[in-house]
Write a protein that binds this ligand. Structure first.
Ligand SMILES: Nc1ncnc2c1ncn2[C@@H]1O[C@H](COP(=O)(O)OP(=O)(O)O)[C@@H](O)[C@H]1O
Ligand SMILES: [Mg+2]
Length: 372
């Protein structure tokens, strides 16, 4: 003799497990298995209900002995009525979450087996309502993930368009200047036009590189990199912006550091992103940004990017590496640090941040000399 209280108790315990499952298929199969333990059945099927009352077979155990389409039709009819159907060899139980159908479970027994009884229905109904609320939560969770993805796509597209438009604007103006220079035989215009176009190409190249490092299968390609050369290129690239922002740049790579194994372009873009942030954080008189590269030991080297700029609040420090997090409004993409950290992690490196509001910020990047 089974104890009905005990069965209800275990249905309740199983319900708790339902809520912890985050995979719809696993939850559906687990529900059918648990139901079959409570009310033995030779076969069981679970149909889920989508929008516009469309149903589909999500999970099945055993052979019900009749075509699925026929069962589906019966399941539909039961769902339309909105309450369970008990018919000796078959048991149809709607999964209702706050009175809304989420699915319908169907159980079958072969001829010769005992018929389903009212008690079986009650037991499964209890379990079904717990599975229904877990499934409903899962549907909402999936919907949230889809919406978040859609929002991220929208945000990415608008950021990409904004950036491309800016670069195109430089290219267009430079092109005009160049053409006018040719027409008027004005060498200054020609030079400025060419310089602008080369700047636009350079920017576009960097932007594409940054975007590639955000893709799912981003891989680095390591080669011998001379950090001294990399830093002096960076200094040259940033000198215009430094002048404009009145920031004193100070780049130094330790003597005898030797070449390191790294992805030259990616590493360059990552340090550039950190250096740009450091410069953008500066605003007061006598602002400076110091970039240093040195060897820590035979295994690793360290790059530090330090500024005496505005520093960060604990909230900014905590959200720093989140995609699209920026305190710069339209001027920021909120992707620079994400790109940089992905690159450092791809090199098996570690990034640490120390920052004090009003005093400045230090990013310390430790990288292995030979990332495997
Ligand atoms: N050196 C720094 N000093 C102060 N704040 C910083 C510094 N570096 C990054 N931040 C903060 O982190 C945010 C995210 O940086 P990032 O991912 O590069 O995006 P963006 O520069 O486009 O805003 C910045 O908006 C800024 O608030
Ligand atoms: Mg940035």
């Amino acid at each position: 003799m089974t104890n009905p209280d005990h069965d209800y108790q275990s249905a309740h315990e199983i319900g708790k497990i339902f809520n912890s499952l985050l995979d719809r298929q696993v939850l559906s199969e687990f529900f059918l298995e648990s139901a079959r333990n409570l009310v033995p059945a030779d076969a069981s099927l679970l149909f889920l209900v989508g929008s516009n009352e469309q149903i589909w077979l999500e999970a099945q155990t055993g052979d019900p002995g009749k075509p699925t389409v026929e069962i589906e039709r019966e399941a539909h009819a039961v769902l339309d009525k909105g309450h369970p159907a008990l018919d000796g060899r078959s048991l149809f139980v709607p999964l209702l979450a706050r009175n809304n159908p989420v699915g319908i479970a169907c159980f079958f027994r072969k001829p010769g087996e005992p018929v389903f009884e009212r008690r079986d229905l009650d037991l499964v109904f209890d379990l079904a309502s717990q599975a229904a609320s877990a499934l409903k939560n899962l549907f909402l969770f999936e919907e949230n993930v889809r919406m978040a993805r859609l929002a991220a796509i929208g945000e990415t597209v608008s950021m990409v368009m904004h950036e491309i438009k800016n670069i195109l604007q430089i290219a267009k103006l430079s092109d005009e200047l160049f053409r006018r220079g040719i027409k008027d035989k004005n060498q200054k215009f020609i030079d400025h036009g060419l310089e602008g176009m080369s700047k636009a190409i350079h920017q576009m190249d960097g932007f594409v590189w940054d975007m590639l490092s955000l893709t799912k299968d981003y891989k680095i390609e390591c080669q011998k990199v001379d950090l001294k050369v990399l830093l002096s290129e960076l200094e040259q690239d940033l000198s215009g912006k430094a002048k404009q922002l009145e920031v004193k740049l100070d780049f130094r790579a330790e003597d005898g550091l030797g070449p390191v194994n790294a992805d030259n372009r990616s590493l360059y873009r990552a340090i550039l992103n950190l250096a740009q942030n450091a410069m953008e954080a500066c605003g007061k008189d006598e602002s400076w940004v110091r970039i240093r590269a040195k060897s820590c030991d035979s295994e690793s080297y360290e790059i530090t990017i330090e500024d005496n700029g505005e520093g960060m609040s604990p909230e900014v420090k905590g959200r720093l590496f989140q995609a699209f997090f920026s305190t710069k409004g339209k001027q920021g993409t909120g992707l620079g640090l994400l790109i940089a950290s992905r690159t450092f992690h791809a090199h098996h490196g570690v990034v640490q941040v120390e920052s004090e509001l009003g005093k400045g910020t230090l990013f310390k990047v430790t990288l292995p000399k030979n990332p495997s």
